[in-house]
Design a protein around this ligand. Sequence first.
Ligand code: FAD
Length: 326
Amino acid sequence: MSKILVIAEYVDGKVKKATLTTLDMARQLAAKKGASIDIAVLGSGIGGIADALKGYGAGTIYVADHADLAHALAPTWAKVIADIAEEAGADVIAASASTLGKDILPRVAARLEAGMASDVVAVVDTDDGPGFRRPMWAGALLADVVIDTDTWVVTARGSAFDAAAESGGESAVEAFDAEPELASARTRFVSFDGTKSDRPTLDEADIVVAGGRGLKSAEGFAQVIEPLADAVGGGIGASRAAVDDGFCPNDYQIGQTGKVVAPQLYFAVAISGAIQHLAGMKNSKVIVAINTRDDEPIHKVADYSLVGDAFTVVPELCAKLAALKG
Ligand SMILES: Cc1cc2nc3c(=O)[nH]c(=O)nc-3n(C[C@H](O)[C@H](O)[C@H](O)COP(=O)(O)OP(=O)(O)OC[C@H]3O[C@@H](n4cnc5c(N)ncnc54)[C@H](O)[C@@H]3O)c2cc1C
């Protein structure tokens, strides 16, 4: 029987939504392929993650708990994931198309000599059996692809799938005797400089407030974007121009070469709407464009357009939101 191995992602001891959206994709594939699902959790001190995933209908949760897996280095994690896949007899290895999945899964595919479909947005039926829909050319085209090799490696775009709900039952949890071979990895962990924020991260946020070059400086960006993000409880994003000009950190970047999001509500503030930016946000449920010009491409994808100077209209909007909240 076909078996799908889902790689768990977590942060600060909590399962990330990316794991649950990958599980949703895996369930859809399992239904078409007649497959069962297992989960692999890698890291150090990760028993709590395995426990949190027990109710999602996986047969077995493999726990590779090893000090040398504490940091998700691609060479060590890819080796252990390939080892688990072989032991589990998995013919599909799936992870989120997150920074982690993009980094590690191609190496898993190389190790297993498997074909790979990356950044998958749907599981589809084709004349050759189950296949995957994936964007090409910055989302201008959608291609349906099938994988010809016996083993498949797949990364799923988080914003294209729902977070899987618990399905009852209890998975077996099995310790996996990992041999990460850190010494021969030619990569070593130096430090992790994450952005500390109480706001939701871009991949988890239901509302995203993104700023662009029109905000003119880091001070302008903070002055306009932060109060609006706080007023709506949103995460903060940015165009590449805002990142390149040093207004904000580069993990805020949304677009073809940044993150892909599809929140319930997306504010594009002083962003022109270049195709590379649209590639990262055009599937948002409701888009609000705030721009001094009324002829920018962002208005073509916007549900609501507010034409005006962001330095004036955004504080007005925040004041009105505050008044509404009483
Ligand atoms: C290979 C490649 C990959 C790329 N990847 C990405 C990507 O991942 N993400 C991305 O965003 N871009 C990406 N880009 C860059 C992209 O082409 C654009 O250059 C970029 O998105 C422009 O950012 P912007 O809209 O902030 O700036 P601009 O295009 O300069 O637009 C600024 C906007 O602000 C408005 N404005 C000015 N002042 C105000 C004000 N006071 N109030 C309100 N509005 C105001 C202007 O009318 C204008 O619409 C990529 C480009 C290439 C070639």
